[in-house]
Design a protein around this ligand. Structure first.
Ligand SMILES: [Mn+2]
Length: 346
C-alpha cells in the first residue's frame, strides 16, 4: 500500500493534475491521482454491460461527456447503453452529437456497471440502487463520492475535462465523434469559454480536441443557434418582467406555470436563460424561481465575486461559485423568491 501511494505521489506531481496541498494525503491521491484513473478504466474495461447515465434535466456537460464515453466504448466494441431519467426533456440543441438518439428512458434489466458524468449526487441520476458498481466522473466540489470509484476533480471546468484526463491517462485514442462530444461538454459548461474556472488548461484541452476533429464553429452554431420559438418567447417574457434589488446588483425572475403554458416552453427551455440577467451591467447575482408542482426550482448565477453555491448549500443543493441550483419544497414562488432574496441582505 505504502509503495503504491508513494508511486502515485510521484506520478501526480509529474502529471498535470493540480493538487490542493492542504488535503495532500492518501485519500486525496487515491481519489484524484493517476492511480485512480487506471483503476477507473480497468473497472470500465472489465465490465460486461455498462450503462452510461447523464443527470436528470441534462445540460451540455453531462450529455457531451456521457456521449463521448459512449463513443469511446462503442469504438472498443463494448456492450454499452445510454440512460437518462428525464428522456422526454432532452435539450434538442445537442441532438447533433453521435449517440444522442440512442439515449433511453428505461434502464436495461441487467448490467454490471453504471458510469455517470457531471452528477454531484446519486439522486441526480434518477435510478435505483441495484446489483451493479458505479464509476463516478465529475467536477462538482459538492460531489458526494457515491461511486465505487470516484474520479472527481473539483478544479476542472467541466466533467468533459475530467473525462478527457481519464482517457489521456489511459492512452485512449480520441476519435472525431468523441472529440466533438467532449468539446461540446467543455464549451457548454464554461458558457463557451467565458466563466467557471476556465484556465490555460481548458484551452489546451479544447485545442487538442479541435486537432482530434472537433469543429468549433459547427458546434457553436448547433448549440447556440437552434433556440426554439417557445424558448425565445420565454426569454422575451423574462427580459420584460425581471425585477432589480439592492441598488440593481441583484436581478430576479419568477417563472410560474402560467407563463410556461402561454409560451409553450418546456422546463428544459428555462435552462441557463438566467445568465442573461447576470450579464446586465451592474448586476452581480441573478436569481430564477421556477414554479413546479409541489416545489420551486431555484437557479443562481453570479459574476464570480460572490459564491452562490454557499446559498445553494443551505438548501442541500449543489453547484459552483458562479452557478448553482436547488429545490425548495414550497409551491409559493413569490414567497420563495423573497426568502432567497432576504438571504443576500445578510
Ligand atoms: Mn458540469
Amino acid at each position: 500500500m505504502g509503495i503504491i501511494a508513494l508511486l502515485s505521489i510521484r506520478l501526480v506531481l509529474n502529471g498535470k493534475i493540480t493538487l490542493n496541498l492542504d488535503s495532500f494525503h492518501y485519500n486525496h491521491i487515491f481519489k484524484n491521482g493517476r492511480y485512480m484513473y487506471k483503476e477507473a478504466w480497468n473497472k470500465i474495461t472489465n465490465a460486461r454491460y455498462i450503462v452510461i447515465v447523464s443527470h436528470i434535466h441534462p445540460d451540455g456537460d453531462t450529455l457531451g461527456s456521457t456521449l463521448a464515453l459512449y463513443n469511446v466504448l462503442k469504438e472498443q466494441g463494448k456492450k454499452v447503453a445510454l440512460f437518462n431519467a428525464t428522456k422526454d426533456e432532452l435539450p434538442r440543441e445537442f441532438g447533433f452529437l453521435d449517440g444522442f438518439s440512442k439515449i433511453q428512458g428505461k434502464l436495461p434489466k441487467f448490467f454490471d456497471l453504471l458510469v455517470c458524468c457531471d452528477s454531484a449526487s446519486f439522486d441526480r441520476l434518477g435510478v435505483r440502487r441495484g446489483d451493479y458498481e458505479i464509476v463516478n466522473i465529475d467536477h462538482h466540489k459538492s460531489n458526494k463520492n457515491f461511486g465505487d470509484i470516484n474520479v472527481v476533480l473539483s478544479e476542472a471546468s467541466s466533467a468533459g475535462v475530467v473525462l478527457y484526463q481519464l482517457l489521456k491517462a489511459n492512452d485512449i485514442k480520441i476519435s472525431k465523434k468523441t472529440a466533438t462530444a467532449l468539446y461540446t461538454s467543455v464549451a457548454d459548461d464554461t458558457g463557451f469559454f467565458r466563466y467557471g474556472g476556465i484556465d490555460a488548461g481548458t484551452f489546451k484541452i479544447a485545442s487538442d480536441l479541435i486537432e482530434c476533429g472537433a469543429d468549433p464553429r459547427k458546434i457553436a452554431s448547433e448549440v447556440k443557434s437552434s433556440v426554439s420559438l417557445a424558448k425565445t418567447r420565454l426569454i422575451a417574457h423574462m427580459l420584460s418582467n425581471f425585477e432589480l434589488h439592492q441598488d440593481a446588483t441583484i436581478a430576479s425572475i419568477i417563472l410560474d406555470k402560467k407563463i410556461l403554458d402561454e409560451t409553450g416552453a418546456k422546463r428544459s427551455d428555462t435552462k441557463n436563460i438566467i445568465s442573461m440577467l447576470r450579464d446586465i451591467a451592474n448586476v452581480k447575482v441573478a436569481l430564477m424561481v421556477l414554479e413546479l408542482d409541489e416545489s420551486c426550482k431555484i437557479s443562481l448565477r453570479s459574476d464570480g465575486d460572490m459564491d452562490v453555491s454557499k446559498i445553494s448549500a443551505i438548501y442541500n443543493g449543489g453547484g459552483h461559485k458562479g452557478a448553482a441550483g436547488f429545490n425548495v419544497s414550497s409551491s409559493d414562488s413569490r414567497a420563495t423568491c423573497k426568502e432567497i432574496l432576504d438571504l443576500f441582505k445578510r
